[in-house]
Ligand binder design. Structure first.
Ligand code: DX5
Ligand code: ZN
Length: 217
């Protein structure tokens, strides 16, 4: 099955955001991945609602919003209003994860859970049947352009087993250090969604790089 490809806007040229979003509209990308960082859950600050709304004005594809923030439950409805089609919260940032997942669904967005590289996917066992997406972080969140963590392959296998066992419909999304070289094995292990920031936006031909990721088997 061909992967869902979700370029991460974090790696785009913010001074030319309209042109970057229009490039993604023309490309074979399926979703736009939007990284929100608060300087507390992660040691970096990305952007907030005004920028997200600016992206939304031009985006013709679903916005997949990745919240790297503490207390995400305070902002779910506002992200939905700003145009989020799916919203992922970090397991490590949610004391009442089940409740927050239900809150995302009630907002009308698809519900995702993101997990840090050190977090065991077994911790998802009691909530996996309720989610649309699991975002496996293949770098420590906070920055684009980091090196892919190889242990992710094992986690995809374990998560795939859990999804089957629990009869869940969740998609497996891989985020961090994804490129044309590791994509084939990621898909072979069971990934459904590939997030790619620097490998797309630092390439000489982003449209071609997106097409290459899309055609990985
Ligand atoms: C990392 C973000 C990622 C990041 C991916 O904290 O969640 O979405 O933008 O960027 P690359 O593909 O450059 O690792
Ligand atoms: Zn992300």
């Amino acid at each position: 099955m061909r992967p869902i490809v979700a370029p991460s806007v974090l790696a785009s040229d913010f001074a030319n955001l309209q042109a970057e979003v229009e490039m993604l509209n023309k490309s074979q990308a399926d979703w736009l991945h939007v990284d929100i960082m608060d300087g507390r859950f992660v040691p970096n600050i990305s952007f907030g609602f005004p920028v997200m709304e600016a992206i939304k004005r031009f985006a013709q594809k679903p916005m997949d919003v990745h919240l790297m923030i503490v207390e995400p439950e305070r902002y779910i409805e506002q992200f939905r209003e700003a145009g989020a089609d799916s919203i992922s919260v970090h397991l490590e940032a949610c004391t009442h994860l089940h409740r927050t997942v239900q809150q995302i669904k009630a907002s009308g967005a698809k519900a995702g859970i993101a997990v840090n590289p050190h977090t065991s996917v077994q911790l998802l066992e009691n909530v996996i049947a309720d989610v649309d997406l699991v975002c496996l972080m293949s770098v420590n969140p906070g920055f684009g352009g980091q090196k892919f963590i190889e242990n992710t392959y094992r986690k995809i296998e374990a998560l795939k087993d859990l999804i089957i066992q629990r009869n869940s419909q969740a998609l497996i999304e891989i985020d961090g250090g994804v490129n044309q070289y590791n994509a084939p094995l990621l898909l072979e292990k069971g990934a459904d969604v590939l997030v790619a920031g620097s490998s797309v936006f630092s390439s000489a031909d982003p449209l071609q790089t997106i097409a290459d990721l899309k055609s990985v088997k």
